[in-house]
Write a protein that binds this ligand. Structure first.
Ligand code: ADP
Ligand code: MG
Length: 233
């Protein structure tokens, strides 16, 4: 596992800036954020405020213009094999599930396990366990198009969990779901957090969704404008 317990913070961002278009666009303009292990933080803020940019940087999908980001105590700047680090430490869930349409559900769940030491058999068994975990037992042979939107998002969550990440980053994971599916996905995250102790950072526009988090961080113009414990916490 990932040295659980050794580092107090799951995520640390220190004065993170991200500029685009030769410095004209300041998507992030000095963000400081630390997230404890096991914490559930909702990130809110108006469209264009920098939420997705921040999540991408935390996921090591892009690098900051300046500043420091640590995940599980590791400085992303110093990690040689970022793909490997991401695969083993971070689970990603996006608004649109990004499942590969020509692969069945079980294969989609296995994607992060390719390129790890797991054998074919271990991958297959793990995919079954994960699908059961998200209440999709027996649906592994279906194609993504044969599932509802809510079910597809649950497949994406199962996929994100494939390698037991300590940190799960989700960008508007409930953004295109009906309200019953939103409840189901939130319930699933709640259960998974209780079971695995994972850290969850979720970008959401939805106030009701944000209120289910321990903490709400509001981003405005590329900075943290408010950081409050949720009343529901
Ligand atoms: P949010 O997710 O809060 O809606 P984003 O993080 O996507 O906001 O975007 C923040 C700002 O950065 C916006 O002004 C957006 O246009 C700009 N931006 C994001 N990604 C890029 C990019 N790859 N190139 C240029 N500008 C970008
Ligand atoms: Mg966004």
């Amino acid at each position: 596992m990932n040295d659980a317990g050794r580092h107090p913070c799951a995520i640390e961002a220190i004065d993170v800036r991200k500029y685009f278009d030769r410095g004209i666009v300041h998507a992030l303009d000095g963000v400081a954020l630390s997230v404890e292990r096991g914490e559930f933080v909702a990130i809110t803020g108006p469209s264009g405020s920098g939420k997705s940019t921040l999540l991408h940087l935390l996921a090591a999908l892009d690098t900051p213009t300046s500043g420091t980001i640590r995940v599980d105590g590791e400085d992303l700047d110093r990690i040689k094999d970022l793909n490997r680090f991401r695969r083993t430490h971070i689970g990603l869930v996006f608004q649109l599930h990004n499942l590969l349409p020509h692969l069945d559900v079980a294969k989609n769940v296995q994607i992060p396990m390719f390129g790890t030491h797991r054998s074919h058999r271990e991958r297959t068994e793990r995919a079954d366990v994960l699908l059961a975990e998200v209440d999709l037992e027996g649906k592994g042979r279906r194609l993504p198009t044969e599932l509802s939107g809510g079910e597809r998002q649950r497949v994406a969550i199962a996929r994100a969990l494939a390698n037991d990440p300590s940190v799960v980053l989700a960008d508007e994971p409930t953004g295109s779901l009906d309200s019953a599916s939103v409840e189901r996905v939130l319930g699933l995250f709640r259960r998974l957090r209780a079971e695995t102790g994972m850290t969850l950072v979720m970008v959401t526009h939805d106030r009701d969704v944000a209120r289910t988090a321990d903490r709400i961080v509001e981003i405005r113009d590329g900075r943290v404008a408010a950081d409050t414990s949720s009343s529901a916490a």
